[in-house]
Structure formats: structure tokens, C-alpha cells
Design a protein around this ligand. Structure first.
Ligand SMILES: O=P(O)(O)OC[C@H]1O[C@H](OP(=O)(O)OP(=O)(O)O)[C@H](O)[C@@H]1O
Ligand code: HPA
Ligand SMILES: [Mg+2]
Length: 177
């Protein structure tokens, strides 16, 4: 199994950043019809926290996309495993992610939602690894930038484990051993 090396982002840091992001989103979308779309499975924890920091009623939906499988490196191929069932035409869409790494997942999803004629498509992530970027996508709401370390917790997994850790931890992966 893997070893948890150290806490990279504490519960308190996550909580305060989520509050700030919620406040910014509330300001920017006041009076607009907003749909939050969480990208499963990783974004489940952040979505639950973020939506409760938004000060007006929002619709939510989830989508399941996969690029990593059980490995810790991207395959570069994005597969939609489960789509939303909300009609987002003419509505403001905010894609909610746990982590932006290469950016390929969100590049693909941004294009998809533009084709679906959303009024606007923006991106919110709690974590970002800028040094790993392959696709230069604009991140409208970025929580915390982290170094190029494999992390787990707060929704993020290694081989489907550790999503339930309340903090973000650096994990030693098999590839590093
Ligand atoms: O910026 P990218 O390089 O595209 O990578 C980011 C995506 O990869 C991870 O998801 P994963 O495919 O592991 O699915 P999961 O959320 O179900 O674990 C992560 O949760 C993001 O969704
Ligand atoms: O650091 C990570 N942790 C979990 N899943 C990931 N997918 C890309 N990078 C990561
Ligand atoms: Mg994963």
C-alpha cells in the first residue's frame, strides 16, 4: 500500500479558501441562473462544501469523467462515464473540480459545454498544479496552487482510496518507490 507522507493543506486552510471562493462566486453570479456541475468522483467533497457558501439558490448536477483510472498518470484520453441530466442551455455553468493537473479534462469539458450553448462556462477548482499544465485553460476561481506531488484526501484518491481524508496529504505512490 501507499504511505501518507505529510499534510499539504490543512482542514482550516481548505475551509477558509472554500469560504472565499463561495463569497466571490456569490458576488459574481448574483441575479443570474447558475448551475454548479461537479466532476465526479473527486469533486464530491468540495462541491458539498462550496454550494453551502453560495448565498443564493443554485441548481447542481454531476458528471463522471475519467482520464486516470487507477494509475497516477494521465492517459490523455477523456471518457464521459455519466453525463448531467440538466438542460443548461442559456444558463451559467460553473464546472467544479477538485484538482486541475494537465488541464486536459477541463479543456475537453469547456468545449463540450460551449457546444451545448450555456450562457457562460467558468471553472472553479480547489487545487491546481500549474507546473503540470499541458492545456492552457483559464481558471476563473482557483483555490490553492500546489507543487507537483501526488496528493490524496478531500475527495482525491489514489487507486480509489483516501478520498475521505479531511485534509490534503502527499502520498508516496508505487511509481516513486
Ligand atoms: O487536469 P487533468 O490532468 O485532466 O486531471 C484532473 C482530473 O483528474 C482527476 O480525476 P480522475 O480521472 O482521477 O477521476 P476521479 O475524480 O474519479 O478520481 C481529478 O479529480 C481531475 O478530475
Ligand atoms: O495528485 C493527484 N491526486 C489524485 N488524483 C490526481 N489526478 C491527477 N493528479 C492527481
Ligand atoms: Mg482519481
Amino acid at each position: 500500500m501507499k504511505e501518507l507522507r505529510k499534510v499539504l493543506v490543512s482542514r482550516a486552510q481548505l475551509e477558509s479558501r472554500v469560504k472565499e471562493l463561495g463569497a466571490a462566486i456569490s458576488r459574481d453570479y448574483e441575479g443570474k441562473e447558475l448551475v454548479l456541475i461537479g466532476i465526479l468522483k473527486g469533486a464530491a467533497v468540495f462541491m458539498a462544501d462550496l454550494m453551502r457558501e453560495i448565498s443564493f439558490p443554485v441548481a447542481i448536477d454531476y458528471m463522471s469523467v475519467s482520464s486516470y483510472g487507477s494509475s497516477s498518470t494521465t492517459s490523455g484520453v477523456i471518457t464521459i462515464k455519466q453525463d448531467i441530466n440538466t438542460d443548461i442551455r442559456g444558463k451559467h455553468v460553473l464546472l467544479v473540480e477538485d484538482l486541475i493537473d494537465t488541464g486536459l479534462t477541463l479543456q475537453h469539458l469547456g468545449q463540450l459545454f460551449a457546444l451545448r450553448e450555456a450562457a457562460s462556462v467558468s471553472i472553479c477548482t480547489i487545487l491546481s498544479k500549474p507546473s503540470r499544465r499541458l492545456a492552457d485553460i483559464p481558471i476563473d476561481y482557483c483555490g490553492i496552487e500546489i507543487p507537483d506531488e501526488f496528493v490524496v484526501g478531500y475527495g482525491l484518491d489514489y487507486a480509489e482510496q483516501y478520498r475521505n481524508l479531511p485534509e490534503v496529504w502527499i502520498v508516496e505512490t508505487e511509481e516513486q518507490q
